[in-house]
Design a protein around this ligand. Structure first.
Ligand SMILES: *Cc1c(COP(=O)(O)O)cnc(C)c1O
Length: 370
């Protein structure tokens, strides 16, 4: 059986180290606001080459805190519009709504599953004040023109970097390309904690300071509340685990690229659309959080693979605008997004998968007759 994801296998090589740092934290008596979170923030800052990093509770909160902090700072106000790709994970949309902003769903490119940056300017309206670029599946979504576009239109560019830890664009890490970026360390992500954790990176010192306060009730000086914040802090245990795993993340990403290359060269069948890579052209470093292929016979292919002992997943089966919770978008008809959600299938790819398993999966896909 090739499982889609087995986290015990993924974490197994580090289990001794993880247990050692866990005991250290347990014995220290410091579980929040301790040295591990500070050390992790410093390490992440230098990994990214970022000015400021704030550890928080999870990825959704990281996004939400960015928007709420921009509102407190006066750069955004309630009711402002935020452009986002319509095929993103629901958390991106929730964070915008939770902050009192209006998400505007934009059709992505069928080639990259990311926003078509050539068409972005035409989507900017009078109320548009921010854009979220989601580096979906681990693929950097960026362009030289974006910061000019932002300046010209007085927009904030927020990166949702939940799926692309370690990805690069022209040698620059995702997470430091825009004005502020959110990270998720959910256990299945590229840099996965052993529970929930998230972080924010930004060059904007004032923004980082507000985020830090908002994540701790809004507290400034001891016993003084500067903002109506909430509770979303990274804990010492997760910071300690993340520092162990961060030592190996580049090596793991390199291995993910080897597995992806193996899929790309072994899958040879006209019934499948493979991911398009443009590494030489745009100089991007993909980290393959997910290896996503497309087929009009997606459900049959999935059944066929499962019968042959191969587990797959769908990211994501329901497009956000058709989710019950997002009734405000139910009138939208987004054909590209709907096609993506109807046809995508994610193949097993993580550091615990072997090259033989990838070849086994590819052989079965090649044998699938639609
Ligand atoms: C996982 C994810 C999030 C949310 O992160 P959590 O830590 O699970 O809250 C946000 N955006 C995207 C694109 C994600 O994949």
């Amino acid at each position: 059986m090739v499982k889609f994801s087995d986290l015990s296998k993924v974490n197994h090589p580090y289990s001794e180290e993880l247990k050692a740092v866990a005991s250290e934290v347990i014995d220290s008596g410091r579980y929040l606001f301790g040295p591990k979170v500070l050390e992790f923030e410093t390490k992440l800052k230098s990994y990214l080459n970022s000015k400021h990093v704030v550890g928080v509770g999870n990825g959704l909160d990281a996004l939400r805190l960015i928007f709420l902090a921009y509102i407190e700072k006066g750069d955004l106000k309630k009711g402002d519009e935020v452009l986002i790709p319509a095929n993103t994970f629901v958390a991106t949309i929730l964070s915008i709504i939770h902050a009192g902003l209006i998400p505007k769903l934009i059709e992505p490119s069928l080639d990259t599953y990311n926003l078509d940056l050539n068409q972005l300017e035409s989507k900017i309206g009078p109320k548009t004040k921010a854009i979220v670029l989601v580096h979906l599946y681990g693929r950097a979504c960026w362009d030289d023109e974006l910061l000019f576009l932002a300046e010209k239109n007085k927009l904030k560019i927020v990166e949702d970097n939940a799926q692309a830890f370690g990805a690069e664009w022209k040698g620059i890490k995702t997470g430091v390309l825009g004005h502020a970026a959110a990270f998720s360390f959910f256990p299945t992500k590229i840099l996965g904690a052993l529970g929930d954790a998230g972080a924010i990176a930004t060059k904007d010192e004032e923004l980082a300071d507000i985020i830090q306060k908002l994540s701790n009730y809004g507290a400034g000086k001891k016993n003084h509340l500067s903002y109506k914040g909430f509770n979303s802090r990274m804990d010492e245990l997760q910071a300690a685990f993340l520092m162990v795993k961060m030592k190996y993340v580049d090596q793991e990403n390199q291995y993910r690229r080897i597995l992806a290359d193996a899929y790309l060269s072994h899958i040879q069948t006209p019934v499948i659309v493979l991911p398009i890579i443009d590494r030489p052209k745009t100089n991007t470093l993909h980290v393959w959080h997910l290896f996503v292929i497309r087929s009009p016979k997606r459900d049959d292919l999935r059944d066929f693979l499962l019968k042959n002992g191969i587990e797959t997943q769908i990211h994501y089966p329901i497009p956000p605008h058709q989710q019950e919770a997002f009734f405000e978008f139910s009138h939208l008809s987004l054909s590209i997004t709907e096609k993506i959600h109807r046809e995508v299938i994610s193949l097993p790819l993580d550091p615990s998968i072997t090259l033989d398993e990838v070849k086994f999966v590819a052989d079965h896909i090649n044998n699938f007759t639609a």
